[in-house]
Design a binder for this molecule. Structure first.
Ligand code: FBP
Length: 307
């Protein structure tokens, strides 16, 4: 699968400059990103930090991002504003500009705006993150909100990474949020609306749920690599980041990383699978993933800029 080439993307100079910091100046440094998302305190609650109590302190994750040489860390506004200053310039920031708790049912999922692009500029962010719940009954409101954010992002030349997540009662009626049908559709929707980078979950092929899928998806069963390759195709040349999900074994995580890279993804964004390990374990597996990423052909004719 040919990897996305930053030079070929028709983005503004400002967006390319910021994406260059994430894709080339930090992390693996060859056009692939390894990103640490830390928005779980809002999205799932403190429970996600119980497996590694130290991780409740955002400075622990900032230390992991710095010592593990990540491409960027993701925070919501409050944590970014209180903690990023201690690592300013050392770890690139992706500011989430919308979010929600997991307390209301997901059947009518909608993630209201919590910060602006101007906040992101003030905090020195290199991109913003926006969660788009594709297929939700509140999708219309989401599209309108996204359009406002997208216009502000274009004005400030701030890249938008869209967490393109199928969600809500209609998605459940059509085979669920983890199907290839739903995730592929979410990928394309994000592209249609103006995402600069798309973040996607790995499809799951559940025999019972597949009976609810529209044709031809009801009979399609693919390997992880081939399923991710389809997502990359659905994203129509826009860089794709692949999510981690719940905690898994080292081998399963490495397999997911390898399948994603082989399939043409532009990066990985693993949260719980990193911060639910001890610092040493998290740095060690991050290094293995970075090495794996560095073994793949470069997506651009250079790596880091000369110092
Ligand atoms: P993980 O690697 O921990 O799954 O993090 C990726 C992520 O997209 C987070 O940014 C977000 O908080 C979470 O997953 C959302 O997961 P879900 O949609 O399952 O609530």
């Amino acid at each position: 699968m040919p990897r996305v080439n930053l030079d070929s993307l028709p983005y503004s100079t400002g967006k390319k400059t910021r994406l260059h910091r994430i894709l080339f100046d930090n992390g693996p440094g060859n056009g692939l990103a390894m990103i640490l998302p830390i928005d779980h305190g809002l999205e799932h609650g403190p429970v996600d930090f119980f497996a590694n109590p130290e991780s409740v302190d955002p400075r622990w994750e900032l230390r992991l991002a710095k010592e593990g040489e990540y491409s960027a860390i993701v925070f919501h506004y409050g944590v970014a504003e209180k903690y990023m200053h201690q690592f300013a310039g050392e770890v690139p920031l992706i500011l989430k500009v919308n979010g929600k708790t997991s307390i209301p049912p997901d059947l009518e999922a909608f993630s209201p705006q919590t910060a602006t692009v101007e906040d992101a500029v003030r905090l020195g962010a290199d991109a913003i993150g926006y969660t788009l719940y594709v297929g939700s009954p509140l999708q219309g409101e989401d599209f309108r909100q996204f359009q406002m954010v997208r216009r502000e992002a274009d004005r400030y030349s701030m890249p938008i990474i869209v967490w393109a997540y199928p969600r809500g009662k209609y998605i459940e009626e059509k085979g669920g949020r983890d199907s290839l049908y739903a995730i592929e559709y979410a990928a394309r929707t994000a592209v249609e609306l103006g995402a600069d980078v798309v973040k996607l979950n790995v499809p799951v092929f559940d025999a019972e749920k597949m009976k609810l899928l529209p044709k031809p998806y009801d009979t399609m069963r693919l390997s992880m690599r081939d399923a991710i390759a389809r997502l990359v195709t659905a994203a129509a040349g826009i860089p794709v980041l692949i999510s981690g999900g719940g905690r898994m074994s080292d081998q399963d995580l490495l397999d997911r990383a390898w399948a994603s890279i082989e399939a043409g993804a532009s990066g990985l964004i693993f949260g719980r699978n990193m911060f639910q390990r001890s610092l040493d374990e998290a740095i060690s597996i991050s290094n293995r993933i970075k090495e794996m990423m560095r073994q793949t052909p470069r997506s651009r004719g250079k790596t880091r800029r000369a110092a």
